[in-house]
Design a protein around this ligand. Structure first.
Ligand code: B16
Ligand code: MG
Length: 219
């Protein structure tokens, strides 16, 4: 029988709400190009790399640009995003996250990070959460982004556990698909409709009401 040995966490929208800053920075970029980016359209960008996000946005606005301009826009967006992130501190860790991570540690369950973000280490340090993660898989390490399972498979390998013994916590449809493609249990964090449809085994609104025992029952 399989049992829980490791939990892999997405960063943006799961550990900390940087998703709002990604949205703001991308929306400003879209506005600068003459169109708007709605909250619904923004859902397509969650868990998706910076370069792919820009391609999706340009498609939404039916804008075609050369490679050099795209690189410049992606860099400008990142500068703006990091500027917005500068205000963050440990107070911005999402409610219940630390207590939940502490309960996992107490049960001897390993903890890893699986994020598409190239800024993941910087953000973790800024919110004082680095010490929780025995491994960090981020946008600088992966060659295939979510929904490909590489991010989470790498995390499981780093932690020396089998995918079947892992739970992934994700706020993005692409991330839930990645976890399921990797043969892991997927817990969606956020609105149930899209995450359930993507294959989430369970969806939680946040971490306030769960502990290690709750998620062990998923096995
Ligand atoms: P960066 P996650 C993802 O992080 C975000 O959800 C996504 O919106 C962002 O485009 C991507 O990281 C890349 O981020 O520009 O910082 O490298 O949710 O996988 O932790
Ligand atoms: Mg996310």
């Amino acid at each position: 029988m399989s049992e829980l040995k490791a939990c892999l966490f997405d960063l943006d929208g799961v550990i900390v709400d940087t998703a709002q800053f990604h949205y703001l920075a991308w929306r400003e970029l879209a506005n600068g190009l003459g169109f708007d980016l709605t909250v619904a359209q923004n859902e397509q960008l969650k868990g998706v790399s910076r370069v792919e996000s820009l391609e999706i946005i340009l498609k939404i606005g039916a804008v075609e640009l050369d490679a050099e301009t795209k690189n410049r826009l992606a860099a400008t967006k990142n500068e703006r995003y990091l500027e917005l992130c500068q205000k963050m501190s440990s107070e911005d860790v999402l409610p219940g996250v630390q207590v939940f991570l502490d309960s996992l540690i107490q049960e001897g369950i390993k903890i890893g990070l699986g994020s598409a973000s190239k800024n993941a280490r910087l953000i973790l340090a800024q919110i004082g959460m680095t010490r929780y993660f025995a491994t960090i898989v981020d946008g600088n390490r992966i060659t295939k982004g979510k929904p490909d399972p590489q991010t989470f498979l790498m995390g499981a390998e780093d932690l020396k556990v089998k995918p079947i013994n892992c739970i992934v916590f994700e706020d993005a449809i692409a991330g839930i698909k990645a976890a399921k493609a990797g043969g892991m249990i997927a817990v969606g964090v956020g609105e149930p409709a899209g995450l359930k449809a993507a294959g989430a085994d369970m969806v939680i609104p946040g971490f306030q009401d769960i502990d290690a025992t709750t998620v062990k029952h998923l096995f």
